[in-house]
Design a protein around this ligand. Structure first.
Ligand code: PMP
Ligand code: GLU
Length: 388
């Protein structure tokens, strides 16, 4: 039999841990096991009705062909308008519409990171940044915010020691996956100062921008002085509008970067799905109420989870956005997660997948009843609290 010869590039990466565990949970469920799936980061709501209607209307109007590669003008303009409201001055030509935020990231990494280039990540960091850096041939420099309860402002000195003139790209993510923390303005200014000092391009992954609690105001990194020319602002429709399966996202940055990344885009995906882009315009323009309702539901679940954990003697840093919480577990977080899914039938993701062993990521985009059920099951199996 012919032996297939795979590239070193693909050999450097592992499958996505978040997707792998969610697949394991689905497989158990199809065997009839009742799993509380707190693994994948996916809203448990349906897409708002008017957004679905916009897709129907676009299909009925025959919007089924290729679109201009970087996106339909109406969506690029709606995105530019939204970014302007966030204090980012981008024209539609500086926006690339992609099939999901992941593809946006992939294109930016492919365009900016050469073999051996250093990519700096803030741990715990979402699983795919490392893989994308490696697929582009980059090397990694990592700074850990765990000792500072996942707050970047505590780790700014460490970040200053981690990045240098050799750093090509820094990725920041607020509200952050997997911990839900929001960067303070002081943290953002710290990032800006280092990026300017060392001439670093920064990806600001703002995909959880609209899932933020306690009426907190967010500042977009690219709106800080000195940052517009070096920031790639990344966002998507999956989380804010419950549109994970639609696959729609975007990035905005300097026009030359968008044009250069357009080669990767054009040769790989051609364009995002036509009628989905039309639905994207509706999502941006007419969903404030639906987004507020979903966010309020996530906030109630956060409150419930943090309070229930405190009742069980587990004080955790209170997430400020997104729908994740980092649960302190056994040192061997992989073994803990295996026990959690295998014995208690509760699916979570090991912190080590995000560069932070000793924790499990809990995605609380699930009903309060199911969250309660998960806690009860973990408790019953001795998996919560000290020494778990
Ligand atoms: N960034 C972060 C931090 C995420 O958690 C996700 C979730 N998959 C993405 C980007 C990409 O999401 P999507 O491709 O569904 O837009
Ligand atoms: N971002 C989500 C998560 O972290 C979706 C899965 C993925 O794309 O990794 O679970």
């Amino acid at each position: 039999m012919t032996e297939l010869d795979f590239t070193d590039r693909v050999g450097r990466v592992s499958p996505s841990a978040t997707l792998a565990i969610s697949n394991e949970a689905s497989a158990l469920e199809s065997d009839g096991v009742d799993v509380v799936d707190l693994s994948v980061g996916e809203p448990d709501f349906d897409t708002p009705e008017n957004v679905k209607q916009a897709a129907h209307d676009a299909l009925d109007a025959g919007e089924t062909g290729y679109t201009p590669s970087p996106g339909i003008p109406a969506l690029r303009e709606a995105i530019a308008e939204k970014l302007r409201a966030d204090g980012l001055d981008h024209s539609a030509a500086e926006v690339m519409v992609t099939p999901g935020g992941k593809q946006a990231l992939y294109e930016v990494f492919q365009t900016l990171v050469d073999d051996g280039d250093e990519v700096a990540l803030v741990d715990p960091a979402w699983v795919s940044y490392e893989a994308m850096a490696k697929l582009a041939g980059g090397s990694l420099a990592r700074v850990d915010t765990t000792p500072y309860e996942f707050r970047l402002e505590g780790a700014l000195d460490d970040l200053g020691e981690t990045v240098s003139d050799e750093t090509e790209l820094l990725v920041v993510n607020s509200p952050g996956n997997p911990h839900g923390m929001v960067y303070s303005d002081a943290a953002l200014r710290g990032v800006r100062d280092l990026a300017v000092e060392h001439d670093i391009t920064v990806i600001s992954d703002e995909i959880y921008q609209r899932v933020v609690y306690d009426d907190r105001e967010l500042t977009s990194l690219g709106s800080l002085s000195g940052m517009s020319e070096r920031t790639v602002t990344l966002n998507g429709f999956s989380k804010a509008y419950a549109m994970t399966g639609w696959r729609l996202g975007y990035f905005a940055g300097p026009e030359e970067l968008v044009a250069e990344a357009g080669k990767v885009h054009g040769h790989s995906v051609s364009c995002a799905t036509n009628f989905v882009q039309h639905a994207g315009v509706e999502a941006l323009r007419n969903t404030d109420e639906a987004v507020a309702e979903m966010t309020a539901a996530f906030e109630r679940r956060r409150d419930m989870l943090v309070a229930e954990l405190a009742d069980r003697g587990l004080e955790v840093p209170t997430p400020e956005g997104a729908f994740y919480l980092m649960l302190p577990v056994a040192e061997d977080d992989q073994a803990w997660c295996e026990a959690a899914i295998g014995e208690a039938h509760v699916a979570t993701v090991p912190g080590s997948a995000f560069g932070t062993p000793g924790y499990a990521r809990v995605s609380y985009a699930n009903s309060t009843e199911r969250l309660q059920e998960a806690l009860d099951r973990l408790d019953e199996h001795g998996l919560l609290g000290a020494g778990a």
